[in-house]
Design a protein around this ligand. Structure first.
Ligand code: F3S
Length: 282
C-alpha cells in the first residue's frame, strides 16, 4: 500500500513560534508562567506544558484576577483592550501573537481610522476573530450565506474585509464577490495565511488521488476541521482523528493508496505514529 503524507502537515510557523516562546520562558526558570487560553489546540502538548508548570488562564476573570507572573499571548492574538489590561505592575507580557495575525490587527485598526466598518470573514466564536474584532471600531463577523443575507438590510457605505487566517479560500472568494456588489466603497485584504492556503490546496489535491484520507488534529482546531471538510468533499473515506487510537477500529486492508494530512497544531510525533501504523499494519 502506498502512503502519502502531505508535506504541509503539522505545525505552522506561528504555532511553532508560540510553542518555542513558552519553552524558552520555562528554560529561563520563570516561576509563574501562564498562557491566556491553551497555547495550541492540542491536548497532549498542553498536558506536557502543565507538567512543566505552565498554567492556562481560561477566562477573562482569571486574567484580571492575576497579581503577578508572566502571561504569554498565544498565536491567535488578543484584543487591544486585553493587551491594555495586562499593562499593570507585576505582570510581564510575552506576546507570541503570530505576525500574520498582528498584521490583521493593524489592517483593522487602520480601516477603522478611515471610517470603515470592518467585515471579518470567520467564526465569531474563535479567539482569533474575537481578537481581531477588538481592534475595530465597528465590525460584523460573517461566516455563512445567511450572515451575508442578514447584512443586506444594514449595508455600511464604507467597509473593509479581512479574513480569519485559517478560513477556507474558496468560501472567502465567494463572500467577497457577494459583498463587492453590496458595498459602495470596499477595501479587501485577503488575510488567509499562506500556510493555510498551501495546506488546504495540498489536502484537496491529495484527497482527489487517494482511496482514503486521514486528517489528524485536535477536535477543537478550526483549521483541522476545515481540512477535514475539504478532504471529505473530494474523498468519501476521510477520517478525522485526534490520535492513533481513533484509527484502530478502521480497516484499510483492501485500499491501495492512503493520504495523510494534519492541522497546524498537530505535533510531528503523532503524524509519524499514524504514518508508521498505516504502513506497517496494512
Ligand atoms: Fe500564523 Fe498562519 Fe499559523 S497565521 S499561526 S502561520 S496558520
Amino acid at each position: 500500500m502506498k502512503v502519502t503524507v502531505a508535506s504541509s502537515a503539522g505545525f505552522c510557523f506561528g504555532v511553532q513560534r508560540a510553542l518555542d516562546t513558552v519553552y524558552r520562558q520555562i528554560s529561563l526558570g520563570k516561576k509563574d508562567i501562564y498562557t491566556y487560553g491553551p497555547i495550541i489546540h492540542n491536548a497532549h502538548v498542553v498536558a506536557d506544558l502543565k507538567e512543566k508548570g505552565v498554567k492556562v488562564l481560561q477566562s477573562r476573570e482569571e486574567l484580571d484576577a492575576l497579581e503577578s507572573g508572566t502571561v504569554i499571548i498565544r498565536s491567535h492574538g488578543v484584543s487591544r483592550e486585553v493587551m491594555e489590561s495586562l499593562d499593570r505592575e507585576g505582570i510581564e507580557i510575552v506576546d507570541a501573537t503570530c505576525p500574520f495575525v498582528k498584521k490583521i490587527h493593524g489592517i483593522a485598526e487602520k480601516a477603522s481610522e478611515e471610517g470603515r466598518h470592518v467585515i471579518i470573514i470567520g467564526d465569531s466564536g474563535h479567539p482569533e476573530v474575537q481578537g481581531i474584532a477588538g481592534w475595530c471600531r465597528s465590525y460584523t463577523v460573517v461566516n455563512s450565506r445567511e450572515d451575508l443575507e442578514r447584512l443586506k438590510g444594514n449595508i455600511p457605505p464604507k467597509a473593509a474585509i479581512v479574513a480569519q487566517t485559517t478560513y477556507n479560500c474558496s468560501d472567502f472568494k465567494e463572500f467577497v464577490d457577494f459583498l463587492k456588489f453590496l458595498v459602495y466603497d470596499i477595501a479587501v485584504a485577503n488575510t488567509i495565511c499562506n500556510a493555510t492556503t498551501e495546506r488546504q490546496m495540498e489536502a484537496r489535491g491529495l484527497a482527489q488521488s487517494v482511496d482514503a484520507m486521514i486528517v489528524i488534529g485536535d477536535i477543537h482546531s478550526s483549521n483541522t476541521q476545515k481540512l477535514y471538510e475539504i478532504c471529505k468533499q473530494f474523498c468519501k473515506r476521510s477520517y478525522f482523528i485526534e490520535t492513533l487510537d481513533d484509527l484502530k477500529p478502521v480497516n484499510f486492508q483492501s485500499l491501495r493508496h492512503i493520504g495523510i494530512t494534519a492541522g497546524a497544531s498537530t505535533p510531528k510525533n503523532i503524524i509519524e505514529e499514524v504514518q508508521n501504523y498505516v504502513r506497517n499494519e496494512f
